[in-house]
Design a protein around this ligand. Structure first.
Ligand code: NAD
Length: 321
């Protein structure tokens, strides 16, 4: 088996590799060629940590694996990121361990690829203003990837801690795009595409603030109880997701479903749009919403590419178990 370190992943996996592998696995999921296994996530009763597994099998891409890790809130003080994960890849023909791949950078780049795939398939082609709600660790990856999907002329951003938005300003400036720190209502007024990537547990964007024709990629809500949007906004939008079962249980749609405003039948897998089974956006006035909950197959897909590239380039360390 091989070991692919975090540093190697940063060197060899491009945003375009991540985009292609995430788009392809969403397509395989919608065709029924790839599936995620039930997620395990538990408080371990030590160090305030949440620990779990996300796993799946892609029969089309022949990738089998598990991402193991979680959230250690005290890590920042130790100079480490709070989210920690490692991806294990197995040979689907024999069950033998094929690769151990660092999962921290890959989590960020696959999550950014997920919202980017939604923008590529659902946002209006003439979208020119990008709104960012949340300016934490994931947000810079989200912003850089999104800027590559449309000819954005301006970025507007808000975070509950406004000091944080300077990291988004830096990325916008690097990309020669105008930047403005705004309040949430101004953000809704201006933005054609909005990415939410916070750890909020209450609605941050209200229905009446959002323009017709906006595309929202809601990426922060990945656990029961988290929330970023007004359920009325979710109910008024055409809702797409990576995986419907997760969208209604741990994703943003959980709240609109619990309020009886929508059901699972109102939600479309983004893979159906990629596969041209669903038309996606139907008009320039429609609000589209992508509920990006994060599935194990995304991690396995990008880790498989990282393992293949690391091996091809002779970078990976080979170890006998
Ligand atoms: P982070 O802690 O670095 O940043 C969180 C941001 O949210 C900060 O800027 C913070 O100021 C803001 N925030 C916190 N509470 C808020 C509130 N009540 N209202 C408004 N803003 C608030 O975290 P991160 O690593 O950037 O992750 C952000 C979120 O994305 C987390 O909820 C994480 O679990 C989620 N996430 C989702 C996926 C996915 O696949 N969908 C993948 C990775 C992370």
């Amino acid at each position: 088996m091989i070991i692919v370190t975090e540093a190697m992943c940063e060197k060899i996996i491009s945003r375009s590799d991540a985009f292609k592998s995430v788009e392809s696995v969403f397509s395989a999921m919608a065709r029924g060629d790839a599936w995620n296994f039930p997620v395990v996530r538990e408080a371990i009763g030590y160090a305030d940590a949440l620990y779990g597994f996300k796993s799946g099998f892609d029969r089309a891409g022949l990738s089998l694996g598990v991402k193991s890790g979680g959230y250690w809130p005290g890590n920042m003080k130790k100079g480490l990121t709070n989210h920690q994960s490692t991806i294990f890849l197995f040979d689907p023909d024999t069950g033998q361990l094929k690769a151990l791949v660092g999962g921290n950078y890959l989590t960020a780049i696959r999550t950014a690829a997920s919202s980017s795939v939604s923008i590529a398939h659902l946002a209006r082609k003439d979208s020119s203003v990008l709104g960012m709600v949340g300016a934490g660790h994931q947000s810079t990856f989200q912003l850089q990837a999104a800027l590559e999907q449309r000819a954005f002329k301006k970025v507007v951003a808000w975070d509950i801690h406004m000091d944080n938005v300077s990291r988004l300003r830096d990325i916008a400036e690097k990309n020669e795009v105008e930047f403005q720190a705004v309040d949430r209502e101004q953000l809704g007024e201006q933005a054609d595409v909005i990415i939410t990537i916070t750890s909020a547990h209450e609605p941050l964007l209200m229905k009446e603030w959002i323009k017709p024709g906006t595309h929202i990629a809601c990426m922060g809500t990945d656990t029961k109880g988290k929330q970023e949007l007004d359920p009325e906004l979710v109910a008024s939008a055409s809702v797409f997701t990576d995986e419907i079962a997760q969208s209604i249980s741990i994703g943003e749609a959980q709240h609109a479903v619990a309020a009886g405003l929508i059901t699972a039948a109102d939600i479309t897998a983004i893979g159906d749009v990629i596969n041209a089974v669903h038309q996606g956006r139907s008009s320039d006035k429609e609000i589209t919403l992508f509920d990006g909950t994060g599935v194990g197959l995304q991690d396995i897909a990008v880790a498989s590419v990282a393992a293949t590239l690391a091996e091809e380039r002779g970078l990976a360390e080979k170890v006998e178990l």
